[in-house]
Ligand binder design. Structure first.
Ligand code: GLC
Length: 577
C-alpha cells in the first residue's frame, strides 16, 4: 500500500496498473477478455503490489475502435460490481469507469447520436457537430466537407449523413462522432453520468483525449480549415481543437459539478495529446480544480519525424531534455504521470530497449528510470513481464482500426509499398501492445481456451507470468521491488529532481532529494559498458545500493561507482548534510 505523506495526496506514492480488458484474461472461451477473467487474475496484481487499477472501456460497444466507441456508458453492472468488490479488497482504488467519459460517448450507435441524426430538428441535433457542406458545393462532392481536417484514423474528419444532408465531425473513427461541449445540456448529461459512476464506487476517471473537447469556432459558427503539409492528404485541424479556447472552463466546471465536495477526492487523469508543460501546469495546479495529472505525449513522439508513421531512432539526449523539462515544469505546482506503455503505444522493451539478448535487463532498466522520476507511474499489462512487440508478418494479423486504415490509405495513394508499410506497423502499431497477456506456457498462453481475437505472441513459452512468479530474478519481481521502494521511500514520491550527464547519449542519470535523503539513479541505454561521469563520485562512497538489475539485494558501503554494464540500472541512497 502506498504510504500516506502529509505533504502530498495519496496518489503521489501510488502505482497505477492499466488493464486492457479484451486482452487480459478470457473466462468464457469466446477468445475475448472479460470481467470475470480479470477477477480471476487479481492475485497477480496483489502480488505485484499496485495501488490503483485503471480499466480501459468495458461498456457495450460495436468495437470499431476496440471498445473506445461506447454505445452505453451505464451498461450491465452485475459483473463490474462483483469485480469492484474483489478488487477493492486488494488495491486502494478502482478506476473502472476510467476511459471515455470525457470527450464523447464515442459510438454512433449511442442513443444520443441516433436521436441527433434522426432529423435536423431533433432536440439533440446540437449535441454533435453537424455542419452543411462547404459553400457552393453539393453534399457528397469531393472536397465538400465543412473543413479539410483529416481524422486520426485516416480519411476526412467529417462524414455525410445522407438522410439529413449534413456532415458530422469525428476526429477519430466515423463511428465516434464528437460531442458538442458548447451545448450546456451535453455537459450536464456527461457530469450526471460521471456522478452516477462515483456513487457506485469508482475512485476516479481517466479521461480520453479530454483536451480535444473545446473547438475554436468562428463567430458565424463555422470551423476553420487547417494547413495542408507537404505530402499530406488532409489539413491539420489540431490548432483548432487541441487545448481549445474553453478547455479550462469546461474542466473546472466538471470538477465543480462532479468531484468537489466528495469526502475522498477521486483521482482524475486527463489524456492530452499535444499538451505542453505550461498548459499542464494550469491543468494540474490543485488550486484551479481541473485534473490531478495529465498523460502527455512528448516523450513517446521523440522517435517520430514528420508524423506518426515516420519512425526514427530515439536520441537519449532528447529524452532527457524532454523529461527534465517536465520534471522542472511541474516541480512546484501540478503533478506528472509517468508511462512508457499503454494500449496505444508499442512495447517499450522493443522500442527503447533490446527485446533479444538483453530483454530482461533492458526492460528492468527502463522501468527503473521511469519509476524513479517524480510523478505517478503507470504500468500497462504485460509490461511487468517484459512482454515484447507482436512482430506480425501479415496485414491480416492486425485488428487495430488505426493500423488497418493507414495501411489501406497509404497503399491506395501510393505513399508507400506493402513491405515498408508492414515494417512500419511492426514498429509502431498499437496492436503491438494488444496481444493477449501471457499467463503461462499452456496453449494460447493461458489467455483463452478458445480462438483469441488477436494472435498470442509466440514467445509465450519463455515469457509468461507463471514462470516469473516463481523466479525471484524475473522482470516481474523487479517491478515489485520498484513499487515497494516507492511505497517505502519518501524521496521517490516527493524528492526534488536533478538531471545529471544531460549530454551523454548512453547513460541516464539523476538525483532525487528529500530532506536528508538523496537517491542517485543510473541507467545504461546501450549494449556497451559505460562509465558514470558525474561531478562528485566520491560523495557516493559508503552509499547504500538499494536496487540493481544485475545483482540482487541491497548492499551498503559502495566505495566507488563502477562502470555500468550493458543496460544496467542502479539506485544508490545516501544521507546528506
Ligand atoms: C484515446 C484512446 C485510444 C482511442 C482514441 C479515440 O487516445 O487511448 O485508444 O483510439 O482515444 O477514442
Amino acid at each position: 500500500m502506498a504510504v500516506s505523506l502529509p505533504e502530498a495526496p495519496w496518489w503521489a506514492s501510488a502505482v497505477v496498473y492499466q488493464v486492457y480488458p479484451r486482452s487480459f484474461a478470457d473466462s468464457d472461451g469466446d477468445g475475448i477478455g472479460d470481467l470475470r477473467g480479470i477477477a480471476g487474475r487479481l492475485d497477480h496484481l496483489e502480488l505485484l503490489g499496485v495501488d490503483v487499477i485503471w480499466l480501459s472501456p468495458v461498456y457495450p460497444s460495436p468495437q470499431d475502435d476496440a471498445g473506445y466507441d461506447i454505445s452505453d456508458y451505464q451498461g450491465d453492472l452485475r459483473q463490474p460490481r462483483g469485480l469492484r468488490r474483489a478488487a477493492r479488497r486488494r488495491a486502494r482504488a478502482w478506476d473502472e469507469a476510467g476511459d471515455g467519459p470525457g470527450r464523447q460517448p464515442p459510438s454512433d450507435e449511442h442513443p444520443w447520436f441516433i436521436e441527433s441524426r434522426s432529423s435536423q430538428d431533433s432536440p439533440k441535433r446540437d449535441w454533435y457537430w453537424w455542419r452543411p457542406s462547404r459553400a457552393h458545393m453539393e453534399p457528397g462532392a469531393s472536397g465538400a466537407e465543412p473543413t479539410n481536417w483529416g481524422s486520426s484514423f485516416s480519411g476526412p474528419a467529417w462524414d455525410l449523413d445522407e438522410r439529413t444532408g449534413q456532415y458530422y465531425l469525428h476526429l477519430f473513427s466515423r463511428k465516434q462522432p464528437d460531442l458538442n461541449w458548447e451545448n450546456p445540456q451535453v455537459r450536464a448529461a456527461i457530469y450526471s453520468m460521471m456522478r452516477w459512476w462515483l456513487d457506485r464506487g469508482v475512485d476516479g476517471f481517466r479521461m480520453d483525449v479530454i483536451n480535444f473537447i473545446s473547438k475554436a469556432v468562428d463567430a458565424d459558427g463555422s470551423l476553420p480549415d487547417g494547413i495542408v503539409r507537404d505530402g499530406a492528404l488532409f489539413g491539420d485541424g489540431r490548432p483548432h481543437f487541441v487545448c481549445g479556447p474553453r478547455i479550462h472552463e469546461f474542466l473546472q466546471e466538471m470538477h465543480q459539478e462532479v468531484f468537489a465536495g466528495r469526502p475522498e477526492l477521486p483521482l482524475t487523469v486527463g489524456e492530452m495529446p499535444g499538451v505542453t508543460v505550461e498548459e499542464a501546469v494550469l491543468f494540474t495546479d490543485p488550486a484551479r480544480g481541473e485534473v490531478d495529472m495529465v498523460f502527455q505525449f512528448e516523450h513517446v513522439d521523440l522517435d517520430r519525424g514528420a508524423g506518426r508513421w515516420d519512425v526514427r531512432p530515439l536520441r537519449l539526449t532528447d529524452l532527457k531534455e524532454s523529461f527534465g523539462r517536465w520534471q522542472a515544469g511541474l516541480a512546484d505546482l501540478g503533478w506528472n504521470s509517468l508511462y512508457w506503455n499503454n494500449h496505444d503505444q508499442p512495447r517499450v522493451v522493443s522500442r527503447f530497449g533490446d527485446d533479444g539478448q538483453f530483454r530482461e535487463r533492458s526492460a528492468t532498466m527502463l522501468a527503473t528510470v521511469l519509476h524513479l522520476h517524480r510523478g505517478t507511474p503507470f504500468i500497462y499489462q504485460g509490461e511487468e513481464l517484459g512482454m515484447t512487440n507482436a512482430h506480425f508478418e501479415r496485414i491480416d494479423q492486425y485488428r487495430d482500426i488505426e493500423s488497418v486504415n493507414h495501411y489501406a490509405e497509404a497503399l491506395a495513394h501510393g505513399q508507400a509499398d506493402e513491405g515498408s508499410l508492414l515494417e512500419t506497423l511492426r514498429t509502431v502499431s498499437r496492436d503491438n501492445a494488444r496481444t493477449p497477456v501471457q499467463w503461462d506456457a499452456t496453449e494460447n498462453a493461458g489467455f483463452t481456451t478458445g480462438e483469441p481475437w488477436i494472435a498470442v505472441n509466440p514467445n509465450y513459452p519463455e515469457i509468461n507470468a507463471s514462470e516469473q512468479h516463481d523466479n525471484p530474478s524475473s522482470v516481474f519481481h523487479y517491478y515489485r521491488s520498484l513499487i515497494t521502494l516507492r511505497h517505502a521511500e519518501p524521496a521517490v514520491a516527493l524528492g526534488d529532481f536533478t538531471m545529471l550527464m544531460p549530454d551523454d547519449e548512453a547513460v541516464y542519470a539523476f538525483l532525487r532529494r528529500h530532506g536528508q535523503t538523496e537517491l542517485l539513479v543510473l541507467g545504461n541505454f546501450s549494449p556497451e559498458p559505460r562509465p558514470v561521469l558525474i561531478s562528485d563520485p566520491a560523495a557516493w562512497t559508503g552509499a547504500q545500493r538499494v536496487l540493481c538489475n544485475i545483482h540482487s539485494g541491497a548492499v551498503t558501503g559502495a566505495s566507488n561507482l563502477p562502470e555500468l554494464q550493458p543496460w544496467e540500472a542502479r539506485v544508490y541512497r545516501r544521507q546528506v548534510g
